[in-house]
Design a protein. Structure first.
Length: 150
């Protein structure tokens, strides 16, 4: 028997996103979601997860469109002058291709995101990434290493 898993991204980004995922899950549509550790509605998402034990939760690794989990000065190559990540993947990729992104900082930040989810009592079902940056050469290897580790 084949089984379809419907996964919803951006859990923890905003409370409205969380409510939509909650509704879709309780109505039997969404079986899994991907949690943004640095999202402004992270705690709200954790509370929803606690009320929905059958909702699978992975980590939505984020390097664009938000803020880092660890202090911005520790991941200076990943943030702008407002201490936020690049606004989109094209901006990130431009910086990456020019050699302005330090992979050690990528690994440090992604590790911190996974650890934050674990510390909240969630055992991740999977890893994926916001705007598919986990497939970028160099970053893909880091994600595989972290998947093995965690």
């Amino acid at each position: 028997m084949k089984r379809l898993i419907v996964n919803a991204d951006d859990f923890g980004l905003h409370e409205s996103v969380n409510r939509g995922i909650y509704k879709a899950h309780t109505q039997g549509i969404v079986a899994s979601t991907s949690l943004m550790a640095g999202g402004c509605a992270f705690e709200d998402a954790i509370n929803i997860k606690r009320s929905c034990p059958d909702l699978g939760v992975g980590v939505h690794l984020t390097l664009v469109g938000g803020c880092p989990v660890i202090p911005a000065d520790q991941v200076a190559s990943l943030v702008d002058d407002q201490s936020c990540f690049c606004s989109s993947y094209p901006v990130f990729l431009s910086r990456f291709l020019r050699g302005n992104i330090r992979l050690a900082e990528v690994e440090q930040e992604l590790t911190a995101q996974i650890e934050k989810v674990l510390a909240a009592g969630v055992t991740p079902t999977h890893l994926d990434s916001h705007q598919h940056l986990h497939v970028v050469p160099g970053i893909a290897g880091i994600v595989l290493k972290l998947a093995r580790r965690f």
